[in-house]
Design a protein around this ligand. Structure first.
Ligand code: F1P
Length: 346
């Protein structure tokens, strides 16, 4: 995260330069819609990117799964930016979507971790995440750095579009610069997460709940849990449970509830009460200082406060660790998850 931020925001939080991204003000002014296209974890980062861009720049964003997008006929105009996100820059479906867009004469930007990748070479504009080499197969730091890149990009768009007030912008950039230290704090809770994960690994299912950005990061938490621990997991928008799926919640289905979106707090707590009424064991991820939440759940993991808008960056670390320790507790080889390739090139 430090590397993704460095060189892009001045130390005093004053300037976003976005380094090598060559996207002029004139081009930004011409963009009136963005299609984010990606697979897997990168798709989940895109869901956060949508909220970031729509909030800060008021540009409508569609987030599309590349393996679907490439085979349909999306409505694209010369004012649409196709934004592909890919850690490797080599994922076949993402590249196919990129190439279709290029062949149709559309403007394509890539957020990628690999400078010399196909996506980086073929896109018109490139934003590099600088996550360093991805050593584990499951994508972890790639996601975090994609989020940072998307927040910075959204800030840049908002600044040019005139939708982001300068004091709001300064507040946001300062909060971004504070994130690395806060992630260090989160990582100190690893021993507590290990204990929880060991208990959770004896169950064969898990539900991840959240609203708004908490739901977006719940999707990534559930994916990591599935990919490396092989435990069935579902991420659900907390308010959607009452439309039937609540029937699946029993004492044998633990729930991980994310409660960092202040405006949605009461609503999420009321959903937590619904799952508690079905005897589910509930772990909450909440802000440091939230004493209230402990009354409604069985266990709490706290993350240091930042702007709720940036919460996904901090929430994903405990979720990744939960998946990691659950996988270890089940005796799996975390570094070589079955059925997972670093880059899906076919
Ligand atoms: C997309 C992705 C990864 C996942 C795995 C398979 O890759 O779904 O998120 O962890 O490696 O591919 P990429 O396009 O971001 O390189």
């Amino acid at each position: 995260v430090r590397d993704t931020l460095s060189g892009r925001i001045a130390e005093d939080g004053s300037a976003v330069t976005l380094g090598e991204l060559d996207l002029s003000e004139e081009v930004v002014q011409s963009i009136d819609r963005i299609h984010i296209v990606a697979c897997g974890t990168s798709y989940h980062a895109g869901l956060v990117g949508k909220v970031a861009i729509e909030t800060l720049a008021r540009i409508p964003v569609d987030v599309e799964i590349a393996s679907e997008y490439r085979y349909r006929n999306p409505i694209v105009t010369d004012r649409t930016l196709i934004l592909v996100i890919s850690q490797s820059g080599e994922t076949a479906d993402t590249l196919a979507a990129l190439r279709n867009a290029k062949m149709a004469g559309n403007r394509v930007m890539a957020i990628t971790n690999v400078v010399g990748s196909s996506a980086a070479r073929e896109a018109d504009h490139v934003l590099v995440t600088w996550a360093g080499p991805e050593i584990s197969v499951a994508s972890t730091k790639a996601y975090t750095t994609q989020l940072i890149a998307l927040y910075l990009f959204a800030t840049y768009l908002g600044q040019i579009k005139g939708t982001l007030a300068s004091d709001e912008r300064a507040k946001l950039l300062n909060a971004l610069l504070d994130l690395p230290l806060k992630i260090d704090e989160v990582l100190k809770t690893a021993p507590a997460i290990e204990t929880i994960a060991r208990d959770f690994s004896s169950w064969d299912d898990a539900f991840f709940l959240g609203r708004g950005l908490d739901f977006a990061v719940a999707l990534e938490g559930a994916l990591k849990y599935k990919e490396i621990s092989y435990i069935h997991a579902e991420a659900y928008p907390a308010g959607e449970l009452k439309h039937g799926t609540l029937a699946l919640i029993t004492e044998d289905v633990p729930v991980i509830a994310l409660v960092t979106q202040d405006e949605l707090y009461e609503k999420t707590v009321s959903n937590i009460k619904e799952v508690k009424a079905r005897d589910a064991h509930v772990l909450a991820l909440a802000w440091v200082g939230d004493e209230e939440i402990g009354k409604s759940v069985d266990r709490v993991l706290y993350v240091p406060r930042t702007l709720p808008f940036l919460a996904p960056v901090l929430l994903v670390a405990p979720l990744q660790l939960l998946a990691y320790y659950a996988s270890v507790a089940r005796g799996n080889d975390v570094d070589k998850p079955r059925n997972l390739a670093k880059s899906v090139t076919v």
